[in-house]
Ligand binder design. Structure first.
Ligand SMILES: CC(C)(COP(=O)(O)OP(=O)(O)OC[C@H]1O[C@@H](n2cnc3c(N)ncnc32)[C@H](O)[C@@H]1OP(=O)(O)O)[C@@H](O)C(=O)NCCC(=O)NCCS
Length: 185
């Protein structure tokens, strides 16, 4: 079974496996609540955060699991989330998901984070296909997928439901062979 590192050093930011402390839960909760309007447009899970205990319970649930979810931290403080929302060793396929506080948008953190996750998945953990699924109206996230060199495959019609409303998503992907070509450029 794939082992995911506890921390990935990305220079001016880091990807860290969540640790369930009250202090970290409070920090995580504060970022989500402060930016709820921005994040909730695309992320339904923000609806379930109304008190710090909700963040603590989330961190406590995923801490002991070998889950490929990371917090994005700048200067040791939580500013977002990044990682694999799907990771199938059997099918050699992984799907990336991410969110970032708006104050930290525009610095390439998520796009550069994808490169580190590709090095891990393609380079070390035997993944052959990475994919990113983005709502057809989520222009900023589509820009991330394109900037990271993912190929648009097409639209999956009404393939997920956001607060009861079926939505179309664009499927983007990158293959290991494409990642290898990109590395030698
Ligand atoms: C989607 C989301 C993560 C995009 O954040 P972002 O900051 O635009 O993306 P990145 O961190 O990759 O940064 C890219 C920006 O930094 C700039 N940038 C600066 N230095 C860069 C570098 N070294 N490398 C790449 N981009 C760089 C890019 O030009 C781009 O700016 P622009 O949008 O003005 O053109 C963020 O808006 C978000 O969390 N939205 C809400 C939740 C969400 O939609 N999640 C995704 C669901 S599919």
């Amino acid at each position: 079974m794939a082992e995911f590192p506890k921390r990935i050093d990305c220079g001016d930011f880091e990807l860290v496996k969540p640790v369930a402390t009250f202090a970290k839960a409070q920090e995580f909760f504060d970022v989500v609540i402060k930016n709820k309007e921005f994040l909730s447009r695309w992320l339904e899970w923000t609806d379930f955060y109304s008190k710090p205990e909700d963040a603590y319970n989330y961190l406590k649930t995923i801490e002991p699991l070998n889950e490929p979810s990371y917090l994005i931290q700048v200067g040791g403080n939580v500013v977002g989330g990044h990682g694999f929302v799907l990771f199938s060793e059997k099918h050699k396929t992984a799907e990336i998901g991410y969110w970032l506080a708006p104050q930290f948008n525009g610095c390439g953190i998520v796009t550069r984070g994808i490169k580190y996750l590709e090095d891990l998945a393609f380079g070390q953990l035997g993944i052959n296909r990475m994919q990113i699924k983005v709502d057809v109206n989520n222009v900023k996230s589509q820009a991330v997928a394109v900037r990271a060199g993912y190929k648009k495959e097409g639209i999956q019609r009404q393939s997920y439901v956001l607060r009861g409303v079926p939505c179309d998503v664009i499927m983007y992907s990158k293959l290991k062979s494409e990642w290898e070509k990109g590395k030698v450029k």
